[in-house]
Design a protein around this ligand. Structure first.
Ligand code: ZN
Length: 446
């Protein structure tokens, strides 16, 4: 077997790993590079293999940096099966349609035909073509392709997320993105079955999450919102983060009648993903009834015209809207309206990538450009830590320590330089395993 690391070697996006057996070629994940122009151009670079030569894709989960390149691969001739859990398939469809709309809209920003970015990476049509190739798999139920045995295992992280275990003459486990051990909604990742090689994510390889309890912090924030009649704007990712935030709100509302603030989710994508969470609630720690109860503490708005109604409201008020980094979506309109007032507050609950409005606000750069004009954001900015769906350093080590094979070789992917280097040292010291960095070795043969 040969494994080549085609993406997410030095970054946290663009996950793509090529697995070649004697007769077959597979991809584990087929993700998009995300970021600025440099990453957009990286998505245009040809893969070192013809798309039509790839037999199948093993998809770990529905985040864009793991599935977002699929329509491009199909455009280039891929026509094999895409294996994923049912929840991942449903989430990936929503994510891919949204990505296609963004690709089409981004292309219109480049007027010169010579600019490669003036044509969308893929269209809505390419994306819809991918849907018929999805093939449902069940967790912990091995299936065969020729002599290769494939098993999907729970990875926590987000709904449907899995690690992928491949067994040929030797065994290799791809962690996918790993979740938290104490997530209120998701179960922790499954223990590792013995593997000769483990390809492991290292997003938080250099640090642990804060020990702060987000429930306690959020309660203080809500007290302040009520006391000062503030409007609280919460930019949120549609997948996992919004549902977790609403779940926390519901827990506070249940015990503090005085903090029951009118709360709205204004994001069609979040509505759609929340329905999927409801449908697959048996895969979470919450029953369907508990999940429905939790989500009913806020109102999910359906129509874009709703934002003009919300804009007329006064505090105390909570509005949750995508995108999580204020790089698009309805949050732009809410920020434009409510962000002008110093009495209001923007609550950042996730990672803010460089170049985004969220990043500017996080770093107290108040003059931002949005919806075709510049504005000064006067609203207070606050961060709520510890809502991440990624395992921190200790949790990554905890997961890896469930592997009982002392000869396992670990290959780190999906992390910045420092995260990979720090995690490598920590694994070597604490677990005495041999560790390589995918950016250095590029491929393994066994
Ligand atoms: Zn992910």
């Amino acid at each position: 077997m040969k494994v080549s690391f085609l993406g997410a070697t030095e970054t946290v996006t663009g996950s793509k790993y090529l697995v070649e057996t004697g007769s077959r070629k597979f991809l584990v994940d087929c993700g998009l590079y995300q970021g600025q122009k440099k990453e957009a151009l990286m998505n245009r670079e040809p893969l070192p293999i013809d798309a039509c030569e790839i037999d199948a894709i093993f998809l770990t989960h529905g985040h864009l940096d793991h599935c977002g390149f699929i329509p491009k691969l199909i455009k280039d001739g891929f026509c094999g099966k895409i294996f994923a859990t049912e929840a991942t398939i449903e989430i990936a469809k929503i994510i891919l349609l949204d990505s296609a709309r963004i690709q089409e809209s981004d292309a219109t920003k480049y007027t010169s035909k010579n600019n490669p970015l003036s044509t969308p990476l893929y269209s809505l049509e390419d994306t819809q073509d991918s849907f018929s190739l999805f093939h449902k798999v069940e967790l912990n139920k091995a299936f065969m392709i020729d002599d290769l045995e494939i098993t999907y295992m729970n990875a926590g992280h987000i709904l449907g997320a899995s690690s992928v275990y491949l067994k040929g003459e030797k065994t290799i486990l791809f962690s996918g993105d790993l979740g938290r051990y104490e997530d209120p909604i998701m179960y922790p990742p499954s223990d590792i079955c013995e593997a000769d090689y483990i390809v492991m994510e290292s997003t938080y390889g250099s640090r642990n999450h804060s020990s702060m309890n987000p429930l306690v912090e959020l309660e203080k924030i809500l007290e302040d919102v009520v006391k000062n009649n503030r409007v609280l704007l919460v930019p949120s990712f549609a997948v996992a983060r919004a549902q977790l935030f609403v779940h926390y709100l519901s827990q506070i509302f249940a015990k503090r009648e005085d903090l029951k603030i009118p709360s709205f989710v204004s994001s069609p994508m979040t509505n759609a993903v929340t329905e999927i969470y409801k449908k697959f609630s048996s895969e979470t720690k919450l029953s369907e009834e508990e999940f429905i109860n939790s989500m009913s503490s806020v109102r999910f708005l359906e129509f874009s015209k709703d934002y003009s109604k919300l804009n007329k409201k006064k505090g105390p008020l909570i509005i949750v809207a995508a995108s999580g980094m204020i790089s698009g979506g309805r949050i732009l309109k809410y920020l434009d309206h409510f962000g002008k007032h110093s009495n209001n507050k923007v609550l950042l609950i996730g990672y803010q990538a460089e170049g985004t409005i969220g990043y500017h606000l996080e770093n107290d750069i108040r003059e931002v450009s949005l919806l075709g004009h510049r504005m000064i954001v006067k609203a207070e900015i606050q961060k709520l830590e510890n809502l991440s769906a990624h395992a921190g350093q200790d949790e990554l080590l905890q997961w890896l320590s469930t592997n009982k094979n002392p000869k396992t070789q670990v290959i780190l992917v999906h992390g910045e330089d420092k995260a990979q280097n720090d995690l490598k040292l920590k694994i070597e010291k604490d677990l005495s395993l041999q560790v390589s960095l995918s950016k250095e070795i590029r491929e393994i043969n066994f």
